[in-house]
Design a protein around this ligand. Structure first.
Ligand SMILES: [Zn+2]
Length: 380
């Protein structure tokens, strides 16, 4: 082992503890909006390491402010506690000696466990931060969590955060461009009736299908370097094979990494729904179920520096290339507010958002080094 500096020794000696912490976190179910137990666990764990001032907020975040009193130069280090799985039964961490298997093991439980272990290192090393630091185990990053956890942090610390890091995903890529999205439930209601005797009455399924075809013929906004997509992800409706459907609904979203393209899609969507309602054949009701903002006015120089520095750290610690990607992460919220943000991965693995998810056990010490290198620049 070449690393005999304090962090090298710490990582070598604490791998077993990291594995236990990961297993303990995996065992605590944490679907989006139900992260209470994981948040409470993180709070007691941090307190057991000697942390003071740790609190749980109303969005189920566990927040550990260090040196923040009266300061407005805060840097946030976050990892999300929620997983995409609705299960309320504990998962067990399985191992074949090379890989750890469990739903959510990598995304984002491994990053959370690594962040906690590195927070412990700073706690015990006695190194003082050079600015205000917020360590956050945050809720509601996934799907319909709609970034509620980070929104709460940005509200509670409004105007005081100057940089934001979230640890999420694998260290062979860095998410540094925000993909914003709008998500809707669209419900169509109409007369319906008996399929034979009332034949000719409007059918909600057919009316909704008409709208879907229109949505699939929209002109995608063209802007250099931007990518825009759309999807109808679910439809349901009707009563039976011999009934003209009275109602039908769908889930629809569009995404873009460019704010103008996103509003262009919004305008086209609203026009199609308005047109459909004007026809008077059926009534369309739209419920917004998710809004993830795009990048706002972020200082390009500071952001560039953060990205280049994070890529350099990931590549130096892992000896593999780190690609720069667009994505939808907790960074969307601070970036929309003009706060430079990046999303850094702390493990290697595969199958995020599936029950077959696994991570490479050997990648965890590398993740600890990456997390330490990113954070240590903000300590004296
Ligand atoms: Zn994640």
């Amino acid at each position: 082992m070449k690393c005999k500096d304090p962090i090298g020794r710490y990582i070598e000696n604490s791998i077993g503890e990291l594995h236990e912490l990961l297993a303990a976190l995996v065992r605590i179910p944490a679907p989006s909006h139900h992260e209470e137990a994981r948040a409470a666990f993180c709070k007691s764990w941090l307190e057991a390491q000697g942390a003071t001032g740790v609190y749980l907020d109303e969005a189920n975040n566990c927040v550990y402010p260090i040196n923040c009193e009266g300061r407005d130069d805060l840097v946030v280090f976050a990892a999300h506690t929620d997983t995409v799985f609705p299960d309320l039964e504990p998962f067990e961490l399985k191992s074949d000696g090379k890989r750890f298997y469990a739903p959510g093991v990598g995304d984002d439980t491994a990053c959370l466990a690594v962040l906690l272990m590195i927070a412990k290192f700073f706690l015990q090393s006695g190194r003082k931060p050079s600015c205000g630091i917020l360590i956050v185990a945050n809720a509601c990053e996934e799907g319909l969590g709609n970034l509620k956890g980070v929104r709460q942090i940005m509200k509670d610390y409004a105007g005081r955060v100057r940089k934001f890091y979230t640890f999420d995903g694998t260290y062979d890529e860095l998410v540094c461009k925000c993909v914003g999205s709008h998500r809707y439930e669209v419900e169509c209601k109409t007369v319906g009736g008996h399929s034979f005797s009332a034949f000719g009455n409007p059918n909600a399924i057919a009316e909704l299908a008409e709208v879907i075809s229109k949505l699939y013929r929209v002109a995608l906004p063209q802007k250099e370097g931007a990518r825009t997509t759309y999807n109808v992800g679910m439809i349901e409706g009707g009563t039976s094979v011999n009934a003209i459907a009275q109602s039908a609904k769908m889930l629809y979203e569009y995404r873009s990494d460019n704010a103008e393209c996103l509003s262009d899609m919004k305008a086209q969507f609203e026009e199609i729904i308005e047109q459909a309602n004007r026809s008077g054949v059926a009534k369309f009701e739209v419920r917004t179920i998710g809004v993830r903002p795009c990048e706002g006015e972020v200082d390009p120089v500071v952001l560039r520096e953060m990205i280049e520095d994070a890529v350099a750290v990931c590549e130096a610690c892992s000896n593999i290339p780190c690609k720069q990607e667009s994505g939808s992460t907790d960074c969307n919220v601070p970036m929309s507010l003009g706060i430079p943000s990046v999303c850094v991965g702390l493990y290697l693995g595969h199958g995020a958002h599936t029950r077959e998810e696994f991570l490479e056990i050997d990648s965890l010490p590398v993740g600890m080094h990456i997390c330490f290198q990113i954070m240590q620049k903000f300590f004296l």
